[in-house]
Design a binder for this molecule. Structure first.
Ligand code: ADP
Ligand code: MG
Length: 215
């Protein structure tokens, strides 16, 4: 399983499509414990990302991810812009200069994205944030990255992220706008943990499709 820069752009387009399809859903989640803009923020940011990636051809996978990060920082309002922006920029640094990416790079990218989010947002697992879906997925990828069945490892990681999203329903928000609600945030699914799961889902779907169909 490996992809070149054009394949990476296809993966990012799929992520943008998934975010756009879930624009209302994410905004609805944010209306319960935030200010009802997460879906709007994210879809605006990813539309700008796709536009930017189509306006220039970049062969360096690291530079592509860095461009995504910078575009998100400059177009996404709210907490999620700098958080996801830092995630993509940090991931880009880790694969700078590479014209193709393999499964180990995919693991590195997500590992660095998590580092970036934790560095920027100072959240730990259990605080009802993006970290609650991303970290369980990264843990599985790190533990099982040498397994022979990469497809299965990605499925397991995605399931772990989904369980992380479910878990956010049961906990109190300790970071961001939702933390103002205290105990009243219990019972609600976190919008950021959800958007992160959806992005992972889209990326994994596309990676699998590309390795089967050689797209
Ligand atoms: P805002 O809260 O500024 O309106 P968004 O609605 O776009 O921004 O994003 C809200 C999401 O951001 C939350 O659901 C949460 O997952 C995530 N978030 C907020 N603060 C942090 C943080 N410090 N670390 C990680 N994620 C965070
Ligand atoms: Mg919001």
């Amino acid at each position: 399983m490996a992809t070149d820069a054009a394949g990476l752009v296809k993966i990012l387009e799929k992520v943008a499509e998934k975010i756009s399809e879930n624009r209302e859903f994410l905004t609805e989640l944010d209306s319960a414990i935030g200010d009802a803009d997460h879906g709007i923020n994210m879809s605006k940011g990813f539309s700008a990302v796709v536009e930017k990636l189509h306006s220039q051809k970049i062969d360096d996978c690291g530079a592509i991810l860095k461009t995504v990060g910078m575009t998100l920082v400059s177009t996404v309002g709210g907490a999620s812009g700098p958080l996801y922006g830092t995630a993509f920029m940090k991931a880009g640094q880790a694969v700078a200069g590479k014209s193709s990416l393999d499964f180990q790079d995919f693991v590195t990218i997500l590992e660095q994205a998590l580092e970036g989010i934790k560095y920027r947002g100072k959240a730990q697992r259990g605080e009802k944030t993006i970290v609650d879906s991303l970290e369980p997925a990264v843990d599985i990828l790190k533990d099982e990255k040498d397994s022979g069945d990469k497809g299965l490892v990605m499925e397991k990681a995605l399931n772990a992220a989904k369980e992380g999203v479910e878990y956010t329903r049961s906990i109190i928000a300790k970071k961001g706008r939702a933390s103002y609600l205290g105990e009243r945030s219990i019972g609600h699914q976190d919008p950021g943990a959800t958007s992160c799961y959806l992005m992972l889902q889209a990326a994994i779907e596309k990676i699998k499709e590309m390795s089967v169909n050689g797209l």
